[in-house]
Ligand binder design. Structure first.
Ligand code: AMP
Ligand code: GLY
Length: 424
């Protein structure tokens, strides 16, 4: 069977690499892919939101399963479009993807389902949000744009002044466009963050090994938020008992509540959690694999990912064997372009990729690279996800950074402390 993966980042590279290992898969296509993905799969020059051309390609190329990487096509209804053409596709329908597409929908669902989450208020315009901020105590709060804003529409504020500024940027200046048509103001929670990623067919939930990312740009978890500067799995923060309690108190009631709301959910359920003194609380849901969390997870997963995703699509997850994971740890270090997460340069030639690939137990996933002539060049902010396995997190970290040292381009940088939180 042929598989089509939609997307072009490090997550999609890891998915293509892993799915390509399945004995049941003949060819893996990635639309649009990148220069590194082309080494493990076949790139197809179609944008992730061009549903008509993706459908046509799937029909003409005997694609038996399509797997969607990023949230935007899901929120825009790619799954509904494929299903209307009787094509198999892994991911939630448009109405189910609102779990990520609308933070307000997500919070209302969590409240109904009695899933622990921060207290919140919803505002339909900037004025009412400003009045709320003015009349409240001057305490830390979080201001969020309702819609998709590439992770940038969230402001964790010390107090009234910052919150006022955030409301104006989201609701008045419309920095995030229509994502800011409605606003959410939440109590600020304290504690370490962790993500739990699960696959569900709407009935059965298969939780993946715990993983953690580093969202801040600089060492010591300082600096601005990014898409993620690195990730590792497993994480000592999530004990088996805690994982079970998260399944029971968070994942199961969420899947049930979506079913009751007539938005049955199939696909990836990614719960962003904060581990407070009162236990884990949900910060947000994503409806896709985390990037870069997906990269270490795919290196640790021994089971056939294709079988898992196909079973979730077919509604037969209850019949698959429990997932097998290597006891090894995996660490992914993101190498970024100068300027990221702000404005960055494109087009710098990358040297040393072959040498990095020679480092044992390493896989260099490409997040945004392009081929210009014979050269692979940096083509975005997050460029590579250098991922390694090892008997311990420390050993995996050492391997990953050994490979990182072999790679160079003008302005390349990475955090030096990925996974240190998990090393004692
Ligand atoms: P979100 O996209 O909603 O996960 O928010 C992005 C980041 O903002 C999270 O990873 C947290 O670091 C932070 N954040 C969001 N909501 C809260 C909250 N209620 N309390 C504290 N931090 C938060
Ligand atoms: N690494 C965070 C995310 O994928 O949203």
């Amino acid at each position: 069977m042929n598989v089509l993966i939609v997307g072009s980042g490090g997550r999609e590279h890891a998915l293509a690499w892993k799915i390509g290992q399945s004995p049941r898969v003949d060819k893996v296509f990635v639309a649009p892919g990148n220069a590194g993905i082309a080494l493990d799969a076949e790139n197809v020059d179609i944008a992730p939101t061009d549903f008509a051309r993706l459908i046509q390609f799937a029909k003409q190329n005997n694609v038996g399963l399509t797997v969607v990487g990023p949230e935007l096509p899901l929120v825009e209804g790619i799954v509904d479009a494929f299903q209307a053409e009787k094509l198999k596709i892994f991911g939630p329908s448009k109405v189910a993807a609102e779990l990520e597409g609308s933070k307000i929908f997500c919070k209302n669902l969590l409240r109904q389902a009695d899933v622990p989450t921060a207290d919140y208020h919803v505002f339909r315009d900037a004025e009412s949000a400003l009045t709320f901020v003015k009349e409240r105590e001057d305490v830390p709060i979080v201001v969020k744009a309702d819609g998709l804003a590439s992770g940038k529409g969230v402001f964790v504020c010390q107090g009234r002044a910052e919150a006022t500024d955030a409301v104006i940027r989201i609701g008045k200046d419309k920095e995030f466009g229509k994502a800011g048509n409605q606003l959410l103001i939440e109590e600020r929670l304290d504690g370490p963050e962790a993500s739990i990623i699960a696959i569900t067919d709407g009935q059965t939930i298969v939780t993946l090994a715990p993983a953690q990312d580093h969202k801040r740009a600089h060492d010591g978890d300082q600096g601005p938020n990014t898409g993620g500067m690195g990730a590792y799995s497993p994480t000592p923060l999530i004990t088996p008992e805690m994982l079970q309690s998260i399944e029971e108190r968070v994942l199961v009631p969420t899947v049930h509540a979506l079913k009751r709301a007539r938005r049955p959910f199939r696909g990836v359920l990614y719960a962003g959690l904060i581990l407070t003194n009162q236990g884990p609380k949900v910060l947000e849901y994503n409806v896709r694999f985390g990037d870069p969390e997906c990269q270490p997870l795919m290196m640790r997963l021994k089971s056939d990912l294709f079988e898992l995703l196909l079973a979730a699509t077919d509604g037969s997850l209850d019949r698959i064997e429990p997932l097998e994971w290597t006891t090894d740890s995996a660490v992914c270090v993101v190498m970024a372009s100068a300027g990221y997460p702000g404005k960055y340069e494109r087009g710098r030639p990358i040297r040393g990729l072959e040498a990095a690939a020679q480092v044992p137990n390493v896989k260099v996933f490409h997040a945004s690279t392009a081929k210009v002539g014979d050269q692979i060049v940096a083509d975005g902010g997050r460029v590579l996800g250098v991922t390694a396995t090892g008997a311990t997190i420390a050993a995996a970290k050492l391997q990953a950074y050994t490979a990182v040292k072999a790679i160079r381009w003008d302005g390349a940088w990475c955090r030096k402390d990925i996974a240190d939180r998990a090393i004692f």
